[in-house]
Ligand binder design. Sequence first.
Ligand code: K7E
Ligand code: CUA
Length: 649
Amino acid sequence: MKSKALLIFSTLAVATIVLLFFGCPSGKKSVVEGDAAQKVYVAPGQYDEFYAFMSGGFSGQLSVYGIPSGRCLRIVPVFAQYPENGYGYSEETKAMLNTSYGFIPWDDSHHPELSQTNGEIDGRWLFINANNVPRIARVDLSTFRTVEIIEIPNSAGNHPSAFVTENTEYVVAGTRFSVPIPQEDITLQEFKNKMKGTISFIKVDPQTGRMNIEFQILMPGFNYDLSHPGRGKSHGWYFFSCYNSEQATSMLEVNASQNDKDFIAAINWKKAEEYLKQGKYKEIPGVHYHNIYDEKKHMAYSEINDKVKVLIPQECPGLVYYIPTPKSPHGCDVDPTGEYIVGGGKLATVIPVYSFTKMIKAIEEKKFDKEIDGIPVLNYEAVLHGEVQNPGLGPLHTEFDGKGYAYTSCFVSSEVTKWSLQDCKVVDRIPVYYSIGHLCIAGGDSKKPIAKYLLALNKITKDRYLPTGPELAQSCQLIDISGEKMKMLYDFPTLGEPHYAQMAPASVIKDKQAKIFKLEENQHQYRTISPDQAKVVREGNKVHIYMTAIRSHFTPDNIEGIKVGDEVYFHVTNLEQDWDIPHGFAVMGSDNAEILVMPGETLTLKWKPTKPGIYPFYCTDFCSALHQEMQGYVRVSPANANVQLSWNK
Ligand code: K7E
Ligand code: CUA
């Protein structure tokens, strides 16, 4: 008996020791402390403290999360069609996806950026870039809708975008892939000598947010990768990292890693404004679409522009300088004071930190090593504030806490490194799971960071969640940075690939929310503001159905006289004036997405019936106890039939 009890005891003891050393039974080490759950728990009915806006990466969209809970609140469609609400499918929103290459249903979005006033997040708009077909979108944060998309001409792979200056004077774009400018059909051998880069400054109207390409700078054909604005003392400057100064066109993984240093381009945009005023620009071809959503007309339309102004560094002294930066830099970040510029060399063993003050001095004293196409290359030592030694492997991106510390993501060694800006000494590090890309602190990309949470946006998920076949969600980790030591709090999956995220206190955004669209302000061409105005109008083979939706009825709900070959437009106006009462609309056999119509809004579903018959339509959003009764029928007759158009009220 005694020996058996002893055996049980010792087995338990061994198990405890095994657990202590090797973590939980699945073999994964638990790195959280006891109070972590409490710190991320948001009780039912309570709001989160922060909004987090994450890029959807290859989903082309933007997703919105509550922090600290990690609850996904919304997917905002931006660059990709979204059948859930008809974005990019409805007649009203199709134009948002127009480009000079035609209608594009998809893109790859990387960097959401909140608008700023005086260097602080103002909660008005969010900008986000499209990589593949270069574009920048603006999302209105009172409606959480994409209201504008501007195409960037003379560009390819718009990656160092869409970051804003401290009063949102400009949002920027740049060429990750250099191309011939203007585009032409040349051999890849000739291309080597003809590749060019552009950096674009897009002016933002301070009242309306409306974008306009103010100017482009024609740059040597390197790969411009990331960017951040100067702020405070360096306001008026903009910094862009670039790699592939070797100008390799194949096997870049080897050929673009030859040079010991690539560059950060420092651009004096205030100087650019002077040169523009003096007329020192050239106008060059640059066809680009500009798509705008009119909130009163509930309709998007496209304008086409065909020219842009370019500045050429050779002709504009003092406009651009190159700062040598070790080994294929990726991230390029500026601290809240504007004094420190941090490079993130993917292959570098140190993190270079530059001083803005030293840069200005080096420019004044002409401490140049050489010139590339009229751009002076500053002396590395003359501009350097310091190097962070042993930061971790593969340093990528840096954010700041406003208390003198920087946090750098290290992709290869899967960790976040905290270091002091003053002396470049590492003070703390925390492992993340796995392969972190960007990281995000609320306001960490502004003058006023809030040192509470850090989001680690991890590229690889592996074993973090229940497996879901070959494709796994991306992984976000929430880290407490309020104390001296970083503390891991929580994991949650994210959709698409959140390359970057921005966080803002809920208070800056939540009270500005539009709850309905006012019916009396609806200026949609096909609006129907009361059921007795509902009607059906034939114009040749086009049939316009002016329809209303209100709990729990569509008017009209019986329509006859539609023929095969007709183009039918259901213009559905939602008459509700109450928050959170959308009506959806779908018709059988339609090769289109549904439309989801918000209160006071009109949306249009286009349908081309192909076979005679009786076609039901119905409301797709459970809107009342009689939602299942919210339905109707369309009779479709053969093309040559003689059925008069009729409908009921
Ligand atoms: Cu993923 Cu900013 Cu496109 Cu770095 S980027 S990780
Ligand atoms: Cu309207 Cu369901």
